[in-house]
Design a protein around this ligand. Structure first.
Ligand code: UDP
Ligand code: MG
Length: 314
C-alpha cells in the first residue's frame, strides 16, 4: 500500500540546543503514526551556531530528513517560503524548532486533514511566560488589523498549522518580497479548521524577536495586507478640513462684525502643532507604502540557497 507523505516544515535559526529534542519528538510521532510516511524538512536560516552541522548529521542518519541551508539569515517569513517551495508532502505541517508548538497536537491535525479540512491551524489559548506587554501589544495589533480588512483574521495564531497540498500550491504563487505570511494564509481561503492549545515556553534559548522586530512585523503586516491606513489619513484629513473651514468662516465674521482682537497664541500654537503632527503621520503612512513599492519593483529573489540535500541520489 502506498502511504501518504506528510512533511514537517521547520525553520531554524540558532536552534542547536533544540535540535536533539526536536528529533526525538518527531521520531516518537512518526513511530506512532504508522499509516503515513514522513519527511522532516528543515530550513537553516543562516544560523551562526551548530544548527546546520546537527541537521547534516541527522540527515546522514535518517533519509527522511531534507534540509535547505540558506545563504544568510532571511528571517522566518522568508525561510518558510523557501521550505514551501520545495516540500513534497500531501500535507505539510509547519512547526517551530523550539518546541513551543507541542508536536503532540500533530495527531489531531492529521485527523482533521483526513476528514477533509485543508488548513488546520492552532490558536493559542495561553501564552506561558510571555510578558504582559507582549500580550497587550499583540491584542492591539489584531484589533487594528481586524478593523481594517474584510478578510476574516485568525487571532493569536502562530505559524503552527497543517496545510493540504492545494494550499501549498496556492501559497507558492505569492512571490511578494514584502510579505506577511499569516495574511496570505488567511487570504487563500479553503476549508479552515481551528484547534486550540496552550503555548509552552521555549525548550531552550530565547525568542529571536525583540520589540523593534515585532513593531516591524506589525507595520509590515498592516501595510502589506490593506491600504486602510491610507484611507484613515484621507478621512481624517477631510474631517480636519471641514472643521478648519468652519473656523475660517467664524474668524472672518469676527473680523468684519466685531473687530480684530489679536490674541490666541496658545490656540494658534495648538492648531499648528496638531496639524503638523497629522501631516507628518500621513506622510509616514504614505512613505510606508512607497517603501513597499520600492522593494517590490526591484524584483529580487526571495532567498538564496547555499546548499541542500534535495537532489542527492541515495
Ligand atoms: N526563526 C527563523 N529565522 C529567524 C528567526 C526565527 O527561522 O530569523 C525560526 C526559529 O528558529 C523558530 C521559529 O522561527 O523555529 C520561531 O522563532 P522564535 O521562537 O524566536 O519566535 P517566537 O516563538 O518568539 O514567536
Ligand atoms: Mg518560539
Amino acid at each position: 500500500m502506498n502511504k501518504e507523505l506528510i512533511s514537517f516544515l521547520i525553520p531554524a535559526y540558532n536552534e542547536a540546543d533544540n535540535i536533539k529534542e526536536l528529533r526525538q519528538r518527531l521520531e516518537k510521532i512518526s513511530q506512532k503514526l504508522i499509516n503515513f510516511d514522513f519527511e522532516f524538512f528543515l530550513i537553516n536560516d543562516g544560523s551562526n551556531d551548530q544548527t546546520i552541522d546537527l541537521i547534516r548529521q541527522w540527515a546522514d542518519q535518517d533519509k527522511r530528513v531534507k534540509y535547505i541551508n540558506l545563504s544568510r539569515n532571511f528571517g522566518k517569513e522568508i525561510a518558510l517560503i523557501a521550505g514551501i517551495d520545495h516540500v513534497n508532502g500531501s500535507a505539510v505541517l509547519i512547526m517551530d524548532a523550539d518546541l513551543q508548538d507541542p508536536p503532540e497536537l500533530v495527531e489531531k491535525m492529521i485527523k482533521y486533514w483526513q476528514e477533509g479540512y485543508d488548513d488546520i491551524y492552532a490558536t493559542r489559548l495561553s501564552r506561558d511566560k510571555e510578558t504582559y506587554m507582549k500580550k497587550l501589544t499583540s491584542k492591539l495589533f489584531y484589533k487594528v488589523l481586524e478593523s481594517s480588512t474584510t478578510i476574516p483574521i485568525q487571532k493569536n495564531t502562530g505559524d503552527f498549522r497543517l496545510f493540504d497540498k492545494k494550499c501549498i500550491v496556492a501559497i507558492r504563487k505569492f512571490r511578494e518580497n514584502q510579505r506577511y505570511n499569516k495574511g496570505i494564509f488567511d487570504w487563500i481561503g479553503y476549508r479552515k479548521k481551528e484547534i486550540t492549545f496552550h503555548r509552552q515556553a521555549r525548550f531552550s534559548g530565547k525568542s529571536k524577536y525583540n520589540y523593534f522586530q515585532l513593531i516591524d512585523l506589525a507595520i509590515n503586516g498592516l501595510t502589506s495586507f490593506t491600504t486602510t491606513p491610507l484611507r484613515w489619513a484621507t478621512i481624517f484629513g477631510a474631517i480636519v478640513s471641514i472643521f478648519t473651514f468652519i473656523y475660517i468662516v467664524v474668524i472672518i465674521f469676527h473680523k468684519l462684525f466685531i473687530g480684530n482682537t489679536v490674541s490666541g497664541y496658545p490656540s494658534l500654537m495648538s492648531v499648528i502643532l496638531f496639524l503638523g503632527g497629522i501631516q507628518l503621520l500621513s506622510l509616514g503612512i504614505i512613505g510606508e507604502y512607497v517603501g513597499k513599492i520600492f522593494y517590490e519593483t526591484k524584483n529580487r529573489p526571495l532567498y538564496l540557497i547555499e546548499d541542500s540535500n534535495l537532489n542527492q541520489i541515495d
